[in-house]
Ligand binder design. Sequence first.
Ligand SMILES: Nc1ncnc2c1ncn2[C@@H]1O[C@H](COP(=O)(O)OP(=O)(O)OP(=O)(O)O)[C@@H](O)[C@H]1O
Ligand SMILES: [Mg+2]
Length: 487
Amino acid sequence: MQDGMAFVSSGVPGLDEVLGGGLRRGFVYFIEGDSGTGKTTLGLQFLREGVRQGERTLVVSLSETTGELATAAESHGWTLDGIDVRDLTGKGDADGAPVLFHFSETALEERVGQLLKALEEARPQRMVLDTLSALRILSDRPGALRRHMERIQHRAHQLDCNLLMVDTAFGEELLHPRSLAWGILRLERSVGDYGPQRRRLYVPKLRGQAYLDGYHDMRIRRGGIKVFPSLRAIPDPAAPEARTVSTGIESLDTLLGGGLLQGTSAALLGPPGTGKSTLVSQLALALAGSGEPGAVFLFEESVETFFRRAQGQGCDLGSRLENGALRLHQVSPAECSPGEFAHRLRRLVEEEGVRFVAIDSLNGYLHAMPDDRFMHTHIHDLLSYLGGRGVITLVTMTQTGPLAIGQPMPVDLSYLADTVILQRYFEAHGAIHTAISVMKKRYGDHEHTIREYRIGPQGLVLGEPLTRFRGVLTGVPEYVGEESPLM
Ligand SMILES: Nc1ncnc2c1ncn2[C@@H]1O[C@H](COP(=O)(O)OP(=O)(O)OP(=O)(O)O)[C@@H](O)[C@H]1O
Ligand SMILES: [Mg+2]
């Protein structure tokens, strides 16, 4: 609550947070957007929240008939019970005869008169006017519409009523009624070349209160709209005390200069088949066992495959999954927007106490969200959000081709992550081996060596540092030392 003024809940999950608490009691808000962006759905959700709270609610519908509204509500599993519906569409009067409109100032005045009458009769605490566009077409003088809207706004304010005006036209012209609004919400949607349409919302204007700036992803499913406040806009809490956590593999700890520091991110880069997911399962098990409950998001394989492989490598995740110290989530492509995914992570961190997050792999994640031009910024926001809450984040990325060098990365993880671990193939004495090294660590020192590793029934086992390599920077180093130190 700010300066003693109460907030009213919008009834849309996530939206109150975006608005810095909710809607101000007694004020007018505009809901703008093209056709099909969810304006009517939002309006109904807002009114139903009022009904839930025992308030008087009114919808003056100028574009959809009562029947159409009821059908829309039904598709969400809702009813219009408790909502006073005034059908001013003119699509049919009581005896079913169509009402003809003349487009004139009088027609506009007549409609506004009916609207004000409905407001007086219902004296609602929440009202939705859907849509303003239906009034706009009655008059070609923007000044006239604005004057009428001022009257309605004034009366609603006197009655302490929250009024949502739904509109499809948004412009900046001087006489546009939106300048009367306390706040404006804009709903948008876009369709990419592939995948489902994406919806998002932003707040072009909100007077007198702090709110979350920028675009926020949203979704409409049966049950209504959900908004996913962008992680970027959420303020960080005070930085928690960080300790270094063991990876459970002694020589990997040595390589990492002790282990993984809480609140930092690590990228695991390597060509296909080098064992990135194997390392993810081993780290997840070790961390879950040392008080860092984890969540692993699988973008490429099923939970079953991940679990079985780990089991075959002596890494039994069963008991950790059972006691909730570890969660495995398979995310199928096109299932959710970056904003929705971020929101799932946020819930896990803020409500379920998750302290370790792994994304396997970022390639899969990027395929799931092919159209996003801002992926780099999004990953950056994701890592900073998690870092700010002391979470250890592990992100794997498959580098294409066996050389794994000189290939552009879709998102430069080596720059975004605090620690970069490289897994590589190398050649020695006519055979292919695998090696691991730490390329960078932002906080603290690490070992600057290359160690061979093998994956077997004991999982990933590291050898002693190898010193005699040629062509390390080619991406396929060749070991030129004696055969004996090799595993
Ligand atoms: N029950 C539902 N389940 C899933 N999606 C739905 C459901 N009902 C509506 N939608 C989606 O929400 C979209 C927006 O619906 P809504 O009627 O609220 O939009 P609107 O902005 O009011 O459109 P208009 O300007 O044409 O009145 C629909 O096009 C549809 O894609
Ligand atoms: Mg509508």
